[in-house]
Ligand binder design. Structure first.
Ligand code: PLP
Ligand code: COI
Length: 341
């Protein structure tokens, strides 16, 4: 297949319009048939619920070209389930989970020329989302919704590729107890924009959020979960009801135990204990696993991997194993790889 003429090796994490996207509309209590469209624009009324009250949620996953010429994506069924959870919490109609996976497959297939070639390090980012579309003035959910899936070829989320990141403990909070931190609602990202701009202006790559109830435990960053490596070489990752249940993180815990024989634990992690950890990484679809070099806790700098300008050994093994599974270089656990083409 003829690929598009793009500079695959130097592509960043940004939007490139592709030829097709999937669109389905919900009206009078039912989803329509849905299908592909070449129109990348959306026309909405001025009082659309999403514009006034941010009734929207989204997902993110990736498709890859494999060494033997296939196009695959990683655990789309988990994105379907998480989106259904987000919809229920946001009073939006669930887009049926099997149809969600079909929509992802159809969108990727139609845009196969945009799936970066194997070996370039780039991938096709897939963005399913839904929003309240009809006019709503009093605060209440919309009656009409649109579900869409677009995709865009992307490179690394963090500039500089695998150079360790510099994070700070944020003074802003991300998610309230019993709020929406555990779902992928657009509003969770809207409220992080002030903090991320402020972090960038001060020279940090990202914010680490604490639990907003006590501000004593590590939660996650604005766009990724966090994992640590203990002195013993085990993995620990925060357990909390107010963080997004990252599919990458859940996969890594299984990769650690089943593939690498590394002990992995989910538990509350106190801010006071992070200086005892040897390595740190951010994990997510966009972030993959990005090594963390330092966390600045109000002037106290916690350094990981002995300050070396590279991925630590444990994070590296996790990264390489997960990447090899995603690219079908080694066998994946049952159901993890969805073959598209
Ligand atoms: N946490 C947040 C806040 C995110 O936006 C993301 C990205 O989706 C993640 C974690 C990682 O989740 P996943 O691994 O499912 O992409
Ligand atoms: C993802 O990793 O898919 C996300 O949604 C994170 C986002 C900050 C780009």
């Amino acid at each position: 297949m003829q690929k598009k003429d793009l500079d695959w090796k130097n592509i960043g994490f940004g939007y490139t319009q592709t030829d097709y996207r999937y669109v389905s509309n919900y009206k009078n209590g039912a989803w329509d048939e849905g299908g592909l469209s070449t129109d990348a624009n959306i026309v909405l009324g001025e009082c659309a619920c999403v514009l006034q009250y941010a009734q929207t949620c989204f997902e993110g996953l990736k498709a890859y070209s494999t060494a033997d010429g296939k196009i695959v994506c990683f655990r789309p069924d988990l994105n379907a389930t998480r989106m259904a959870d987000s919809c229920r919490r946001m009073k939006m109609p669930v887009f049926p989970e099997e149809k969600f996976v079909e929509a992802v497959v159809e969108t990727v297939k139609a845009n196969a020329q945009f799936v970066p070639p194997y070996g370039t390090g780039a991938s096709l980012y897939i963005r399913p989302y839904m929003f309240g579309a009809d006019a709503i003035l009093g605060v209440k959910p919309a009656n009409e919704f649109q579900f869409r899936v677009f995709c865009s070829p992307v490179g690394p989320y963090f500039k500089g590729g695998v150079k360790p990141l510099h994070l700070r403990i944020s003074d802003y909070d991300r998610a309230a107890p019993r709020g929406t931190g555990h779902i992928k609602a657009g509003l969770n990202y809207a409220m992080s924009l002030y903090a991320i701009v402020d972090a960038h202006e001060k020279g940090y790559d990202e914010n680490v959020y604490l639990d907003s109830a006590t501000r004593t435990h590590i939660e996650e960053t604005g766009g990724a979960n966090i994992i640590f490596v203990t002195k013993e070489g085990n993995i620990v990752t925060p357990k909390s009801d107010t963080i997004l249940p990252s599919i990458t993180r859940r996969s890594l815990l299984q990769v650690a135990t089943d593939y690498l024989g590394i002990k992995a634990e989910e538990r509350e992690i106190s801010i006071d204990e992070i200086s005892s950890f040897t390595e740190c990484g951010l994990c997510g679809t966009a972030a993959v696993i990005s090594p963390v070099g330092t966390i600045d806790d109000h002037g106290k700098i916690i350094t990981f991997n002995e300050g070396k300008n590279e991925m630590g050994p444990v994070i590296k093994r996790l990264y390489e194993t997960l990447r090899a599974i995603q690219m079908c270089e080694i066998p994946a656990p049952k159901g993890w790889i969805k073959e598209i083409l």
